[in-house]
Ligand binder design. Sequence first.
Ligand SMILES: Cc1cc2nc3c(=O)[nH]c(=O)nc-3n(C[C@H](O)[C@H](O)[C@H](O)COP(=O)(O)OP(=O)(O)OC[C@H]3O[C@@H](n4cnc5c(N)ncnc54)[C@H](O)[C@@H]3O)c2cc1C
Length: 369
Amino acid sequence: MFEVAVIGGGLVGAAVAFGLRSLGPKIAVLDEGDVAHRAARANFGLVWVQGKGAGLPQYATWTQRSAGEWPRLAGELLRETGIDVALSQLGGIHVCLTANDLARRVAMLDALQAQPGFRRYPIEVFDRAGLAARLPGLGADVAGGTYCPIDGHCNPLKLLRALHAAAVRAGAVYRADHAVARITPRGAGFTLETTAGTIAANKVVLAAGLGNAALAPMVGLEAPVQPNQGQLIVLERVPRFLAMPLQTIRQTDEGTVLIGDSQQDRGCDESLGTDVLAAMAARAARVFPGLAGARVVRAWAGLRVMSPDGFPVYEQSTEHPGAFVASSHSGVTLAAVHAYAFAPAVAAGVLPESFRPYAASRFGVRLDG
Ligand SMILES: Cc1cc2nc3c(=O)[nH]c(=O)nc-3n(C[C@H](O)[C@H](O)[C@H](O)COP(=O)(O)OP(=O)(O)OC[C@H]3O[C@@H](n4cnc5c(N)ncnc54)[C@H](O)[C@@H]3O)c2cc1C
C-alpha cells in the first residue's frame, strides 16, 4: 500500500513526486508507455510570466511565485542529482513585427496589469532601436517589443530527467508501462488497475496530462482538458547570439536554436504541417535574418494540455477527499509551485482556499460524479 500514487510521470506528475519525495518509498509514480502523448518531452522550455493572467489575476501571482521559486528548484535538483537544468532568468522579450502589433501588445499588457488584485511586474516597452541594442542581429522589419525581467528559460528535458532522478533517489517508486485504466475508491483509499497489475494507495494524484479527462470522473472530479497542437523547429548549433529568450525563438544551453510555437486545435494529431513550419521559419528569419542560413536539424509537434479557459485545474475531490487532480499548460514554468505548493497540500491532505479559483466547477461541469 502506497501513501500517494501519482498517475502520470510528465512534468506535472514528476514535479509533484519531487515535492513529495520526503515520503520516500511510500510514493509511486505510475506512467503510461511510449505510446503516450507527452507534452513534457515536446515543449519550448520557457519559464514565462509576461502576459499571463488575463481574466484570472490569481494566475499571474501563481506564475510569478513559481518563477521566484525556480532558482531553489534548480539548486535542489543540481545538489540532489548532479543535473544542471540550465535555468537562466535574465528576462524575456516578446517581439512585434509591426507598429500595430506593438500598440496592441502594450494595450493588452496595460489592461492585464490594471485588473483588480493583479500583482504587477515590471514591463519595459522598446522601440526598434531599444530592442536592437539588446538583440544583436535584429531584423530591419521588427517594430519593437516588450521585455519582462523575470522571464527566463531552462532545458526542459533535463528538468524532467532531474525531477524523476531526485524522486527515485529519495526512494519513490517509478513504474513505466503502468497506464491506469480504472481507479476504484475503497474505504479511505483507492485501488488502481493498471496495464501491469493492481496497486493500492491512500491518496491519488491525477497528473496524467490529457489522460486526466478520462480518469477524473472515476473519483468524483472533472478535468475537461483538450489537446492543442504546437510545432517546433530546431536549428543547428550556432555561435551564441541570444542572451535571453524571445517568446518564440530561443537559443538553448547547448547552442541550438528553437523556433516555436504554433497553436492549433487538431485533436490528437501530432503530425507536422509544412505550411505551419514554413510560416514559423519565415517569421523567425524576419526577426533574425542571420538564421536564414542555419540548417534545420529536426522538427516536431506536441500536444498542450489545455483547459477551456487555458488556466490550470487543481482540485480535491469532495466525494473522495484522498483524490486530487492537477492539469496545467505551462508545466515548465509552474514546476516550482507544483513541487513547493501543490505537493505539500497533497501531503497535508487539504488544498488551501487559494486553489479554489482553479476548481473545474468554473466551467459549469458537474462535480458530484
Ligand atoms: C509545443 C509545446 C510547447 C510548450 N512550451 C512550454 C513552455 O515554453 N513553457 C511551459 O511552461 N510549458 C510549455 N508547454 C507545456 C508543458 O509542456 C505542459 O504544461 C506539461 O508538459 C504538462 O505536463 P503534464 O504532466 O500534465 O502532461 P504530460 O507532460 O503530457 O505528461 C502526461 C503523462 O501522463 C502519462 N499518462 C497519461 N495517461 C496515463 C494513464 N492513464 N496512466 C498513467 N499515466 C498516464 C503519460 O505517459 C505522460 O507521461 C508546452 C507544451 C507544448 C506541447
